[in-house]
Design a binder for this molecule. Structure first.
Ligand code: PEP
Length: 235
């Protein structure tokens, strides 16, 4: 299974190095074969050799250039980074990325062969407006995205569940995942308030190939335990 940590704007470079080293030691001690991805803050990116795959939370679709405040492929290459998170709800809704700019970024990093964790998810008012509207909203987040890209991982993350402690019911997660599976055969992660107390049951659901964890991933022991849950399920 795929267990991914979005560290967001947390953990300094030193703290991230400690985190990744602890996680790496844990994976080796448990002979883990789960796919473990960690997305640190941009200034905490660093080279890492081992089982943990380090990815960027964001980068501009350019090698380098006049894009103040952004980083490009050169900055990822410096650390051998070949994975990227695209379409996260905080980038869509807090930082204003449009589907057009997201698709452009997707296609740029796809051409470079990056592993892409592509996030989709609906705000609460959309969910409340009924299943048809919700599916149309999610459909629109697949516009311009090559759903058959071989290095694609999709993460379904309801916006209202991110960082709130709220989650859909297990039945709702399963049924939505089975619907999204009809759009793409890429591995499909669930994200949104996954924590130690619910990770095991979420991971066990049909159509769930892993989890993308924000807040709860900051505690490396908790995140490590989620990897054990995934391992025990042997999906
Ligand atoms: C996320 O940021 O992708 C996320 C799922 O956050 P949290 O686990 O904190 O809800």
């Amino acid at each position: 299974m795929i267990i991914a940590a979005n560290l967001k704007t947390n953990l300094t470079r030193k703290q991230t190095a400690e985190y990744v080293n602890k996680l790496e030691a844990f994976l080796n001690a448990h002979n883990s074969h789960q796919e473990v991805l960690v997305f640190p803050a941009t200034s905490s990116l660093n080279s890492h050799a081992g089982k943990v795959i380090i990815g960027a939370q964001n980068a501009y679709p350019a090698k380098n250039g006049a894009f103040t405040g952004e980083i490009g492929v050169d900055h990822l290459d410096e650390f051998g980074i070949k994975s990227i998170l695209i379409g996260h709800s905080e980038r869509r809704h807090v930082l204003g990325e449009t589907q057009e700019s997201i698709a452009k970024k997707f296609n740029f990093y796809k051409e470079l062969g990056f592993k892409i964790v592509y996030c989709v998810g609906e705000p609460l008012e959309v969910r409340k407006s009924g299943e048809k509207n919700m599916m149309e909203y999610l459909d629109a987040q697949y516009e311009g995205i090559d759903t058959s890209y071989e290095s694609l991982i999709i993460a379904y993350e309801p916006v209202w569940a991110i960082g709130t402690g709220l989650t859909p019911t297990l039945e709702e997660i399963e049924s939505l995942h089975l619907k999204l599976k009809e759009k793409s055969s890429a591995p499909l992660l669930y994200g949104g308030s996954v924590k130690l107390s619910n990770a095991q049951e979420v991971l066990a659901l049909n159509g769930v190939d892993g989890v993308l964890v924000g807040g709860a991933s900051l505690i490396v022991e908790d995140f490590s335990q989620m990897i054990i849950y995934a391992q025990d399920l042997e999906k």
